[in-house]
Design a protein around this ligand. Sequence first.
Ligand code: NAD
Length: 426
Amino acid sequence: MSSHQLPSYLDPNDLGPWGIYLQQIERVTPYLGSLSRWVETLKRPKRVLIVDVPVELDNGTIAHFEGYRIQHNTSRGPGKGGVRFHQDVTLSEVMALSAWMSIKNAAVGVPYGGAKGGIRLDPKTLNIKELERVTRRYTSEIGIIIGPNKDIPAPDVNTNEQIMAWMMDTYSMNLGSTSTGVVTGKPVALGGSLGRKEATGRGVFVTGAEAAKRLGIELKNARVVVQGFGNVGGIAARLFSEAGAKIIAVQDHKGCLFNESGFNIPELLSYSSQSGSIYNYPHGQAVSQDDFWSIESDFLIPAALENQITIKNANKIKTKIIVEGANGPTTPDADDILKDNGILVIPDVVANAGGVTVSYFEWVQDFSSFFWTEDEINQRLVRVMTEAFTAVWGVAQDKNVSLRTAAYIVACSRILQAREMRGLYP
Ligand code: NAD
């Protein structure tokens, strides 16, 4: 890759997740026809904002955290994407996550560009009041580029409804009027949408079930392995188990558990929410990371962080379908190994798009101040996810490419068509 394609603020020797995203764009470029003329626009974010977030801690010290908000592309609409609080957040990671949002929003056809934000901090080291101060200061700092028609944040790893409520309040206080549509994933009492919390996990389930139908795999008694037991992994596990599947292995940040006859998911969810982890849950056997990846299954759902399925463990994986609940869990090298081993990968940009789809519904409801029932939301979500999966499946069959490349063909074509039609200003 020639370095002229790289923004100068990135270290060319350590591109991190952004390097993975660039490889994915290179793989799709040959399929873009005349639109490939515009492809460079996808290889650099439109706008990168790095902010200092100074906060007084309860012990009297002043802490400084590094915050980011990146708008990768806004050709199809305002920026949209979550905010992550994590001690390992980097510029490269937020750049890649913002770009994957552009691809995801275009792949499922919601009228947004892509954006993402983050703060480099371990939220477990702060108390609730300190966390509120960090969130409010960060929101004020990025307030110059967000807004209901500009860029709409949402929850991601370690951020939740409460954090969205503080963000909405801070933005509204600075504006002088209540602006519910500035963030999604809010509490229902503040203009949030029914079904939003479960939406990503539900989308993972819907796309997994669609793929299973095409491969002739029954959900009843299917063996499911889940990495990450938070919002996405926990809900996906619940829905698969309600459909009769057996969740035989689960991993979170503290360890991995195995149970051949399948976990009682409601019980494990309540244990995990009370104790903060699945660790030490009595009805399962602890297994090592290595063993976790080699457990035989029908579905493997990575729903934790990026870079989990790599050249190091891809060959150990014995599953039929990988449904990427997390963003960027599989590296391109690992993708090749999985393909050679006949494993179907439903890519993140389709599999986990349920969250942003219901975020879109939330934003529409906020603008019209008219709220839909949970049934309506779930039905619309299932329709959008099924249609997106079917379209991507069709392109994959037509062009004999992976579902990931097919999703990128659909998404990049939509983004670059919009780019071409809008033309360059000035
Ligand atoms: P979460 O904070 O609710 O849960 C994260 C889970 O991952 C926790 O169970 C945690 O213990 C586990 N985990 C963290 N580090 C781990 C590690 N090193 N090894 C194994 N497990 C680890 O987060 P979430 O909202 O469920 O998000 C999970 C993934 O899904 C992220 O990649 C996120 O970007 C993606 N995603 C989330 C949404 C959403 O709506 N929440 C939407 C799209 C994509």
